[in-house]
Design a protein around this ligand. Structure first.
Ligand code: ZN
Length: 454
């Protein structure tokens, strides 16, 4: 038997692989995911603080979530967990007392991580602290200064241009103090301790695609997988980007060897086609599973090579970890004009796109969870299918018609050196058809599980 040297023993199973066939109706799923985005949208999230906690509390109402608090000042890899930032309110008023901006109206109005201030100053002094988008005069930009602790306001360019000269009362009621960094973790235990990691960032305020779409889809996926009999263990992490990934990696280094595949989820609700950014290695099982699902979908898609710029796949793929983790998006961040602006709102994310992203993620997990190495028990010549009742199924006399071509591919390539995903790739047939044929052959004893993971 030819088994790759890095293979591990899989726990025994007595029935063909469980399938992901209890997929909820996609229209209602898309709306449900959109509703959850709408629920989380008003919460002012930053990399630390009560906005993240409140978000995790609501996720925890839907899936079993373990909350971790890591104290400020904790050394994590080459970084230090920062002080905790919280905001209670912010406003900009004219000297006559008229409110120009109120954080309560739009939580993008303040630069995130702004230092507190309560002062009166002329427009000329205030002006460098005001951020707008001249090219999109009705949109409010999202700005942050997580590691600089400057203060400032964001507003539409139209609002900015209409500001009369004079004095302004500036108030940002925020605190930056010792506290903690908060993240959440949901583990769906499978039969094997080997893991599929799913990561999303929870540190942006009212931005729907980046990244409430990722948060809501990850929550829906964890909820769905929780009811299934799974081969692998699925670990969902809800973390602030960059420092959250660094913190999680620092605290979980001993267990990283269990991760056999991973996906970072972000920007999954816009109407653009899916884009997959490969892991650093580029040819890992996750890269092949995603390419296979997107390729078989019949929909437009894009697959791009890894680059060390983007979301937390940067940290997971840093050379000291080199984890098999890719990034799944629709339109890549920074390629849609609405990115990091108030136009990345609840209208920009569509229930049908969210449902499609959810379904594609599930299909990817389906490949990972069912990919196997099986061995033909009658490899000399083609075995007689009729004697085993399979010919009847092929010719359509059984409830579930079997296809001949996948059966032949499976029988031919199940020599111990090919996984079901290898066979799907080589035959050009969908993984589900290959798996269906393999299940039937295994049922009649023509295939035996090699007992190792691919
Ligand atoms: Zn972002």
């Amino acid at each position: 038997m030819n088994v790759p040297s890095n293979s591990r023993t899989l726990p025994a199973e007595d029935s063909p692989r469980p399938v992901f066939d209890r997929v909820p109706r996609l229209e209602s799923m898309g709306q449900e995911i959109h509703d959850f985005i709408a629920e989380l949208y008003p919460i002012p999230r930053c990399i630390t603080g009560d906005g993240v906690r409140e978000t995790l509390r609501r996720i925890g109402q839907r899936i079993p979530l373990q909350i971790h608090e890591v104290p400020s000042g904790t050394k994590v890899l080459d970084w230090t967990v920062p002080k905790e930032w919280n905001i209670r309110g912010a406003s900009l008023k004219t000297s006559a007392g008229d409110t120009v901006l109120d954080f309560a109206d739009c939580n993008l109005h303040v630069v995130y991580s702004s230092a507190p201030i309560d002062a009166t100053m002329p427009l000329s002094e205030l002006r460098p602290r005001l951020y707008s988008l001249p090219e999109h005069p009705d949109w409010v930009p999202y700005r942050y200064s997580h590691y600089g602790n400057a203060w400032g306001f964001c507003l539409s360019h139209r609002q900015l241009e209409a500001l009369p000269d004079g004095d302004y009362h500036v108030r940002i009621d925020s605190t930056l103090s010792d506290g903690s960094l908060t993240y959440g973790e949901c583990v769906i235990q499978g039969r094997s301790d080997e893991e599929v990691l799913v990561s999303c960032h929870i540190c942006h305020p009212a931005l729907a695609n980046d990244n409430l779409s990722g948060v809501a889809i990850a929550t829906a996926l964890a909820g769905h997988l929780g009811g299934l009999d799974l081969t692998y263990t699925y670990r969902f992490i809800f973390i602030p980007s960059l420092i959250g990934a660094i913190t999680w990696l620092a605290r979980n280094e001993a267990g990283l060897g269990r991760i056999r595949a991973g996906l970072v989820l972000s920007c999954l609700g816009d109407p653009g086609p899916p884009t997959y950014k490969k892991s650093r290695h580029g040819g890992r099982e996750i890269d092949r599973a995603v390419a296979h699902i997107l390729g078989q979908s019949g929909d437009p898609f894009d697959v791009v090579d890894f680059s060390p710029y983007g979301y937390d796949e940067r940290q997971f793929n840093s050379p000291g970890f080199d984890l098999p983790v890719g990034l799944l998006m629709r339109t890549p961040f920074e390629r849609f004009a609405e990115y990091h602006t108030s136009a990345d709102n609840l209208d920009f994310v569509r229930p049908d796109a969210l449902a499609d992203s959810f379904h594609k993620c599930l299909s990817i997990f389906h490949v990972l969870d069912n990919n196997r190495i099986l061995i033909n028990q009658s490899p000399k010549g083609e075995p007689q299918l009729g004697r085993r009742g399979l010919y009847r199924e092929v010719s359509g006399q059984s409830d579930e018609k079997l296809e001949e071509l996948p059966l032949l591919w499976v029988l031919n390539l199940c020599d111990g050196s090919h996984s079901l995903l290898d066979i799907a790739e080589r035959s050009g047939l969908a993984f589900t058809r290959i798996k269906h044929a393999a299940n039937a052959l295994q049922r009649v004893g023509l295939l035996k599980d090699a007992g190792v993971s691919p």
